[in-house]
Design a protein around this ligand. Structure first.
Ligand code: ZN
Ligand code: ZN
Length: 369
């Protein structure tokens, strides 16, 4: 191992972020050399460690221990629990300055422009105790378009005492002008062995389960940990992944049948339908990343994904996101789901000729990984 690589691993270990040594090292290097910029964009799939990395950067800035934050003092704990006075998290359903808004209970599906206006106002105030006010936008790809434009203004002229950390699962969905004003760091899945080892050592997960979770999470420690805490998540993830795989190879009639079935479920168990759609989004993101990767790179998702173009994956991702929003805002659920089913790309089934319709039942048809 080269000296640099050893150093990078050490940095990540200091920050307790599994598998993101390069990104952690880049941030630490910026801190040590005094070259921290005003805006960072941390991108990567769900559960890869974006939010943890953002919190570590914040802790490194305000903990007395400096670039190697202690993670134990009051300040460090406040950052972890979201109570640090100089740090604001901007998420869907968060606060704004409008007295009559209650985004926590108004079924918000995006980060609103009023939340960005609040960010703009607070960013111009002097920090309480730290050298900077830190804003963590989780996630920036969930910004309302008007909100994204408002954020752009702050990114163009950032107050000297501010630091914006944007997290994104789909950085390509952000305005290019937002991307170009941020220092971009891409988080990649960690080797399964590293995730499994961390699960055993840090969370006391039995080795067999740790190996399963590492595989199922596709190298994302945060996601693996969540599935460990809630085993039903792992089951749902596996089932929903098989469904979306089958659907992307199914014909029109099967898709419409499935839409009907899902809209009936929507009447009874909304949370589970939304969770299913979230898994689908995450799957299409994996497909998107895998399809955009150069051959020979680490595949982010398993399966015959080379048959899907990045444009198809992006279209499927947007269609899933739209259906989710329509469901939450009480649009005709069956219509919303039918539109989704018909908007999903038709991927060629293995061993089938072009134009031939898939005849497999949709239910649960596991495919060899
Ligand atoms: Zn500390
Ligand atoms: Zn508001």
């Amino acid at each position: 191992m080269t000296e640099t690589a050893t150093g990078a691993v050490q940095y990540a270990e200091d920050w307790g972020v599994v598998g993101q040594s390069a990104a952690a090292a880049a941030l630490r290097h910026a801190l040590i050399s005094g070259r921290l910029t005003h805006a960072y964009l941390l991108s990567g799939p769900e559960g890869a460690g974006k939010a943890t990395l953002a919190r570590r950067l914040a802790q490194a800035l305000i903990c007395k221990a400096g670039v190697r934050p202690c993670l134990e003092c009051r300040t460090c704990r406040q950052v972890d629990s979201g109570d640090a006075p100089d740090i604001e998290g901007i998420t869907i359903g968060g606060v704004c300055d409008e007295g009559n808004h209650d985004h926590a209970s108004d079924n918000s599906t995006r980060i609103r422009i009023c939340q960005v206006r609040r960010l703009e106002r607070v960013a111009n105030l002097s920090p309480f105790a730290a050298a900077r006010r830190i804003f963590i936008i989780d996630t920036a790809d969930e910004l309302q378009p008007e909100g994204a434009n408002a954020l752009l203004k702050t990114l163009e002229e950032p107050p000297a005492t501010s630091l914006l950390i944007l997290l994104a699962t789909d950085p390509e969905a952000l305005l290019p002008t937002i991307r170009s004003r941020c220092q971009q760091l891409t988080l990649t899945p960690a080797p399964a062995s590293e995730v499994a080892a961390a699960l055993v050592e840090r969370a006391g997960v039995p080795e067999g389960e740790a190996l399963d979770l590492a595989r199922l999470s596709r190298g994302r420690y945060g996601l693996a940990l969540r599935m460990h805490g809630d085993p039903s998540l792992a089951v749902l993830r596996e089932t929903a992944t098989e469904q979306v795989r089958s659907l992307s190879r199914a014909g029109r009639n099967e898709r419409l049948d499935y839409a009907q079935q899902l809209s009936r479920s929507w009447q009874r168990e909304r949370e589970s339908v939304l969770a299913t759609l979230d898994v689908w989004r995450s799957w299409w993101r994996d497909v998107l990343h895998a399809s955009a990767e150069v051959p020979g790179g680490t595949p982010a998702a398993s399966g015959p994904l080379e048959q899907c173009s990045p444009a198809q994956a992006l279209a499927a991702l947007s269609a899933t996101q739209r259906a989710r929003e329509h469901l939450i805002t009480n649009t005709n659920p069956q219509l919303a789901l039918e539109v989704l089913m018909l908007d999903l790309p038709v991927l060629p089934a293995q061993g089938m000729r072009d134009g031939e319709e898939a005849r497999e039942p949709i239910a649960v048809t596991p495919e060899a990984d």
